[in-house]
Design a protein around this ligand. Structure first.
Ligand SMILES: Cc1cc2nc3c(=O)[nH]c(=O)nc-3n(C[C@H](O)[C@H](O)[C@H](O)COP(=O)(O)OP(=O)(O)OC[C@H]3O[C@@H](n4cnc5c(N)ncnc54)[C@H](O)[C@@H]3O)c2cc1C
Length: 464
């Protein structure tokens, strides 16, 4: 039950003065801006307010800003989690008007201008605001089949990427000690559902890991025989890149050894594999001990709570319908930005989130400075998109410009290095990529003990 409604909040929550007394300047109290979410949208909004006469509080359930577009490289042992994450505190350390709080937003009381959040130990606290920016992002969606998540992890967080790494590397280890080819086969079969950029990147990387990095490291199995199956209900991979680039991606993936199963729906997943249904109704079963899910996204649960509290409309993906200036109808002081905003069909990509965060920050700056014409509509500048296919091959689409192959790959690298936060991360990623391309080595292959698909860190049935 909602802590505010239940009245339990009075006892259980502590009101946190935001900002703390030590941060307050002498004189009149400055307007409080509360930003929920330290992803692309939230961080850009906070930075945009660095010179504004406001007190900024950034709340996130994690301590780091995660560069999600490279999660698949963490999952396949190429980059470490530290190379794609930057501590939020470090990012905002020089911004004197900003502070970072670790907590998960649970509910909002728009009349009292207050958000209730929980700490990692479950206790709760309140944060007050004059202006609220919500940028809490999406989670994986299983299209009403949440039971699939038990067998097929998605990829939205660092935890997801590390869980996938454990499953993928653990599967090769399982296969190595099994006595027969029949038993080894399902462990050397990897199924990826969803042929959008993430699914394509993941499938390609698993094949490259198997055929280049670990090809000669095992004695019983030949990792080069690894099967990677890619499933999607649509007829071609990465359709958002247009027909020509999509065909190039399909061709490149096939050359890499990824088996494309397009135009089929995944109808069931269990511990040992999955079932698909074709357009003609044919049901096919695939034995695969590793199934990974990248097929859909839905707003995180807090967004439903927020929408209910604000009386806002949501689309099928749970996104909140915003006005052209990114505020929520009837709530002039609440902006919703990034993946969770629904506006004119804008896609859930990093650029939309970053530009949305900057827009919201700018609007607040103008209002605080009491400038006339303070209300401006959000205008998105589409800078294009990119997807990695395999070594030396990537797709880039920017307006009429369509690139693939090596040129696309160079541009893809440049784009990712530009937007990856932190000079050290950028240098680390660039060096790692160069080494991997040349020698195929992947250093980030540490995984915990135990069943690669289970939560335990010891072997089931082990002596205690
Ligand atoms: C695997 C993958 C690959 C991608 N590849 C690309 C790509 O190549 N190009 C591209 O443009 N886009 C890509 N995207 C999409 C891009 O990452 C998102 O569009 C972008 O991250 C959205 O930014 P955001 O600020 O809306 O949300 P996010 O970046 O998701 O940030 C949301 C933040 O909110 C926090 N949060 C969530 N719930 C709460 C809560 N209740 N309380 C407090 N904090 C909370 C989270 O911890 C997180 O830090 C990819 C996404 C994924 C998952």
């Amino acid at each position: 039950m909602n802590p505010i409604e239940s009245g339990v909040a009075e006892k259980a929550t502590i009101t946190l003065t935001n900002p703390p007394a030590t941060h307050q300047t002498a004189g009149p109290v400055r307007p409080r801006v509360l930003i929920l979410g330290g992803g692309f949208g939230g961080v850009r909004a906070a930075r945009e307010l660095r010179r504004a006469d406001v007190e900024v509080t950034l709340l996130d359930r994690g301590t780091g800003h995660v560069f999600q577009p490279l999660l698949y490289q963490v999952a396949t042992g190429l980059l470490s989690e530290g190379q794609i994450t930057t501590p939020l505190r470090a990012m905002l350390r020089r911004q004197r008007n900003a502070r970072v709080i670790l907590g998960e937003a649970r509910t909002v009381d728009p009349a009292a201008r207050r958000v209730v959040a929980s700490r990692p130990d479950g206790s709760t606290f309140e944060l007050s605001y004059d202006y609220l920016i919500v940028a809490v992002g999406m989670r994986q969606s299983y299209f009403g089949h949440d039971e699939f998540s038990r067998y097929a992890p998605g990829m939205k967080t660092i935890g997801d990427a590390l869980a996938i790494r454990r499953r993928v590397l653990g599967a090769f280890e399982m296969a190595e000690s099994l006595p027969t080819a029949e038993e080894r086969g399902p462990w050397l079969t990897f199924a990826v559902t969803g042929a959008g950029p993430t699914g394509v990147e993941l499938a390609g990387q698993i094949r490259e890991l198997a055929t280049r990095t670990i090809a000669r490291e095992y004695r019983s199995i030949d990792p080069r025989e690894t099967r990677v199956l890619l499933f999607d209900g649509l007829d071609a991979p990465v359709p958002q890149f247009g027909e020509k680039l999509s065909a190039k991606a399909a061709h490149r993936l096939a050359k890499l050894g990824v088996e494309l199963h397009m135009g089929v729906l995944v109808t069931n997943i269990d511990d040992t594999g999955l079932e698909t249904k074709g357009k003609d109704g044919t049901v096919t079963r695939y034995d695969a001990r590793t199934v990974l899910w990248t097929a859909g996204v839905h707003a995180v649960p807090f967004v439903d709570e927020l929408a209910a509290r604000l009386g806002a409309e949501q689309d099928r993906g749970g996104r909140i319908q915003v006005r052209p200036d990114l505020t929520v109808p009837n709530h002039d002081n609440v902006w919703v930005v990034g993946d969770i905003m629904a506006l004119s069909g804008l896609p859930g990509v990093a650029e939309v989130a970053m530009q949305g965060g900057i827009h919201a920050g700018r609007e607040i700056r103008r209002r605080v400075a009491k400038r006339p014409r303070s209300r401006r509509d959000f205008r998105y500048h589409n800078l294009g998109s990119a997807a990695y296919i395999s070594r030396f091959h990537a797709l880039v689409k920017a307006g009429p410009v369509e690139l693939s192959g090596f040129t696309g790959w160079i541009l893809w690298g440049g784009i990712h290095l530009t937007f990856l936060a932190g000079a050290r991360n950028r240098a680390g990623a660039a060096v790692t990529w160069l080494l991997t391309l040349g020698r195929g080595k992947r250093r980030e292959r540490a995984i915990p003990f135990g069943d690669p698909r289970g939560p335990q860190d010891s072997f089931p049935g082990a002596c205690s």
